[in-house]
Design a protein around this ligand. Structure first.
Ligand code: 13P
Ligand code: SF4
Length: 306
């Protein structure tokens, strides 16, 4: 039996499904039952009938799955697969802002630990952040932890007063605007599609800004044949599936998320076979963090779907 057949058999035995983010390796995406952006994966986790969910992504994704489906077994192929940005907020910072502004809403990006979610009022993903912030009754918002997404939301929702944090995604923040302009010079017809975690200089060059699903949907529906993609390179697999006729260009310093690339088919099979790496969330955090996520699902419209 090859590794794919082994995984299929283990899935049947354990009543398991595999959920994968667009940034994991192509062979892992190909073996998954569902592939999508963070919003889509969160929504799915809340409603799947299977006993076991295998999350091929970084730890906050599995944690969100467990928070929304506490009775299910959530397996992580690699417990070290993590998102550095998910830790870039301190409790002191949130408390200080709440004390200064009693009317504050604390909005946390899904790329955050369960602990950070437990201090927040509502969660968002890149697919729904603008809509959710717009619909909150509060005028003043602390948006954590991503400064680039926070600035992007602030521009889209000028009627709100948004406090910008310090956190960032190392992969998107360090993408060089000069490398994007160099691509644009060689391919002047290409549309620039960027994730809102990119730094401001890159976002200024973008023809479209959106989540990974948004970027893929834009390219899938566009009459254009060339695209400069300002997000993690894993999206190329789905982009080529959807638009085999189109050309996709990435910055010379390839944007690669190390956490996502830790997931392999061998680790998926191992987790399924042994039941190792079952994710648990501290029970004191699980209640409030789960509420923050559920509030997002309640407010959100049906965006983020593949
Ligand atoms: P999406 O919400 O677009 O899936 O992005 C998640 C992420 O980690 C981006 O770096
Ligand atoms: Fe985190 Fe950035 Fe990786 Fe997304 S690409 S999971 S934000 S480190």
């Amino acid at each position: 039996m090859n590794i794919q057949e082994t995984i299929e058999q283990l899935k049947r035995e354990k009543d398991a499904v595999i959920l994968a983010h667009y940034y994991v390796e192509p062979q892992v995406q190909a073996a998954a039952d569902y592939v999508g952006d963070s919003f889509y994966l969160s929504k799915l986790a809340a409603g799947l009938p299977n006993k076991t969910l295998v999350f091929c992504g970084v730890s906050f994704m599995g944690e969100s799955g467990k928070l929304l489906s506490p009775d299910k077994t959530v397996l992580m192929p690699d417990m070290e697969a993590d998102c550095p940005m998910a830790h870039m907020v301190t409790r002191e910072m949130v408390q200080a802002a709440r004390e200064k502004y009693p009317d504050l809403a604390v909005v946390c990006y899904v790329n955050s630990t369960a602990e950070i979610k437990s201090w927040s009022d509502v969660c968002v993903t890149s697919a729904n952040a603008v809509d959710i912030v717009k619909n909150l009754p509060n005028e003043r918002i602390l948006f954590i932890p991503d400064k680039n997404l926070a600035r992007y939301v602030a521009r889209q929702v000028p009627e709100k007063s948004i406090i910008i944090p310090d956190g960032y995604c190392p992969v998107h923040e360090k993408m060089k605007a000069e490398e994007i302009s160099a691509l644009k010079e060689i391919h002047p017809q290409a549309k620039v599609l960027a994730h809102p975690e990119c730094n401001g200089q890159v976002l200024e060059m973008a023809d479209y800004i959106g989540s990974t699903s948004g970027i893929i949907a834009y390219a899938a529906d566009s009459p254009q044949k060339e695209f400069i993609i300002a997000t993690e390179e894993g999206v190329l697999y789905e982009l080529q599936e959807k638009r085999p006729d189109a050309a996709f260009y990435f910055a010379k310093t390839r944007p690669v998320c190390e956490g996502m690339k830790r997931i392999t088919l061998e680790k998926v099979a191992h987790a399924l076979r042994t039941g190792e790496n079952a994710l648990e969330v501290d029970e004191r955090l699980a209640g409030p963090a789960g509420e923050t996520l559920k509030k997002m699902l309640e407010i959100a419209s049906g965006k983020g779907k593949r």
